[in-house]
Design a protein around this ligand. Structure first.
Ligand SMILES: C[S@@+](CC[C@H](N)C(=O)[O-])C[C@H]1O[C@@H](n2cnc3c(N)ncnc32)[C@H](O)[C@@H]1O
Length: 534
């Protein structure tokens, strides 16, 4: 049955009502009013505007397929409708389809060009290039003290592949040699639950953040079949390891060739409908969520000091296993996780990052791994737990570290001498220094202890360099390197030391800033509370 056309007065009333709802940001009601105008209006211009406005409102609610369908309906009636072109461009940009988004913005520019639209086209060009190359430059943002909106990023999958892992189930592997600091993966969160929690937040307050995440993930999965099917590639922690299928890494990339197919799927909603298995998704979240602050560099790179608790789901990074001898780290910028190499990585090597603080002795690390539900069998854990000569001594030192309350200088000197007498090789020395890092840090933090034990201690920068070899770049280690080199306690001549500092800086933060901004990060690192950055 045809709906009766609106007279001018009724149309005017509906428009006023829509404006009120827009101001109140009541998107559901706004969509209802737009729908009424669309169903009853005979004027092509008004119809197209109503469709474009409904598209914007649907986009705000995350109803992307519906929003795109509205834009397409408006553009079918008026191919040069600026509002519909801008809305469609924004939607495609949000989907990471930068070339298609730029086409829409260019068409909008031809009709009613503004500098803002020019900037949108330029932004799409930048994001497309960054998504292809993985090259990120956060210098301006860092130099501006992280003020303002954080820079937009495009997703990127570097030279990595998901394969079966000796650690557990599937893991992510390098497919070519990778230099320390290089970006491996940039991944946009499916969703992030965030909150500002007091230091002594109770579990109830944390549950609020968790519930926020769960609601957002379920919503995202419900609205997008592709998101749901990507979530189902992740482990629930219950499958036998051999039953875990290895996904094709290509599905995590948005290749330009796939765009038309993907677009058809999005606009027609013709993708196979995925039935939500809420129980399964909850288990997936339990095993695969990452916190934004777990990677210490998130403290500097990610937050503007507003959010202090963020937990989210990033699909490809969720395939990365833990190691206490990791070769990668992640930082969080806005909704994106950037995973970078924190040591040089050889082709074929598994990429791992630390799920928890690995600058601790093996006993504490085992407790942390148990809380995650696994037993870590990385080479560092095996050495520390199984070495027949050192095992007892290490257990004694670990007990002394946590329960002795004694002189950390004495502990460090005892460990260094034990390693010298037992002719422990450099690599393993680095493992042990990393394990007793808190003793080294406490010692180097105290001028009195350094004076007392001076001659029997290795230099702070030399220890930092050695530990960076074991755990990769790390804020706390970088801080020691910076302090050690400033004190003239470096390892090598001035240029060599400077080079080492920059290398550990890149290993810590990734190659995401130019030299000048790196210096700003160094200043922040030196000022950072050493405990917080462990
Ligand atoms: C985020 S998932 C990592 C990807 C997982 N291996 C897979 O196949 O889906 C985390 C789970 O992987 C396993 N895992 C990660 N690192 C491990 C390690 N070093 N040793 C044993 N299991 C590990 C644990 O079961 C952990 O709960």
């Amino acid at each position: 049955m045809a709906t009766a056309a609106l007279d001018d007065e009724s149309l005017q009333q509906l428009r006023s009502r829509a404006t009120q709802l827009l101001l109140k940001e009541d998107w559901k009601e706004y969509i209802a009013v737009c729908s009424l105008i669309i169903a009853t209006c005979r004027d092509r211009r008004v119809l197209c505007s109503a469709l474009a406005h409904r598209a914007d409102a649907r986009a705000r609610l995350g109803e992307v397929p519906g929003a795109l369908a509205d834009c397409d309906a408006a553009l079918a009636a008026d191919p040069a409708h600026p509002g519909a072109l801008l809305s469609k461009g924004a939607l495609l940009r949000g989907l990471g389809r930068y070339a298609h988004a730029a086409e829409c913005f260019r068409a909008a520019l031809a009709v009613s060009g503004t500098d803002e639209v020019r900037e949108l086209i330029e932004q799409c060009r930048r994001l497309e290039a960054q998504g292809r190359s993985g090259v990120v430059d956060l210098s301006e943002w860092v130099l501006a003290g992280f003020s303002g909106k954080c820079p937009g990023l495009a997703e990127h999958v570097g030279p990595v592949e998901v394969r079966r892992s000796a650690h557990s189930g599937r893991g992510v592997f390098a497919v070519k040699n990778i230099e320390s600091g290089s970006t491996l993966v940039i991944s946009k969160a499916v969703a992030i639950g965030r909150g500002v929690l007091p230091d002594a937040a109770d579990s109830g307050e944390k549950m609020v953040v968790w519930k926020d995440l769960v609601d957002k993930v379920l919503d995202a999965a419900e609205k997008c079949p592709r998101t749901a099917s990507l979530i189902y590639t992740l482990s629930t922690g219950e499958e036998p390891e051999d039953d875990l299928t290895v996904p094709d890494t290509a599905q995590f990339k948005q290749e330009p060739d796939d765009l038309d197919d993907a677009m058809t799927t999005v606009t027609t909603g013709s993708a196979p409908k995925v039935t939500l298995d809420v129980d399964k998704i909850l288990k997936v979240l339990d095993v695969n969520c990452l916190t934004e602050d777990a990677a210490p560099s998130a403290n500097l790179l990610g937050s503007n000091g507003v959010v202090n608790c963020g937990v989210g789901l990033w699909i490809l990074p969720a395939f990365i296993n833990h190691s206490c001898h990791p070769n990668a780290r992640r930082s969080h910028v806005g909704d994106h996780a950037i995973v970078h190499a924190s040591r040089d990585i050889k082709a074929g090597e598994e990429i791992t990052f630390a799920y928890f603080n690995v600058l601790m002795p093996v006993g504490k690390r085992r407790e942390a791994a148990r809380a995650w539900g696994f037993e870590c069998k990385c080479d560092r854990c095996r050495f520390e737990a199984d070495d027949a000569i050192l095992r007892q001594e290490l257990a004694w030192l670990e007990n002394e570290l946590f329960n002795g309350g004694g002189d950390m200088g004495a502990l460090v000197v005892r460990l260094e001498e034990k390693m010298r007498r037992s002719m422990v090789k450099e690599r393993r020395k680095a493992f042990l220094r990393a394990s007793f890092w808190s003793a080294y840090s406490a010692l180097f933090d105290s001028d009195k202890l350094v004076r007392k034990w001076g001659r029997r201690l290795p230099g702070e920068a030399a220890v930092a360099e050695s530990v960076a070899g074991a755990v990769g770049g790390n804020e706390s280690v970088l801080r020691a390197m910076l302090r050690g080199s400033n004190n003239g306690n470096g390892c090598g001549n001035r240029l060599e030391v400077e080079d080492k500092v920059v290398r550990i800086g890149r290993a810590t933060y990734g190659k995401v800033v130019k030299r000048q901004a790196m210096r700003a990060l160094f200043r922040l690192t030196l000022d950072a509370d050493s405990n917080k950055s462990l």
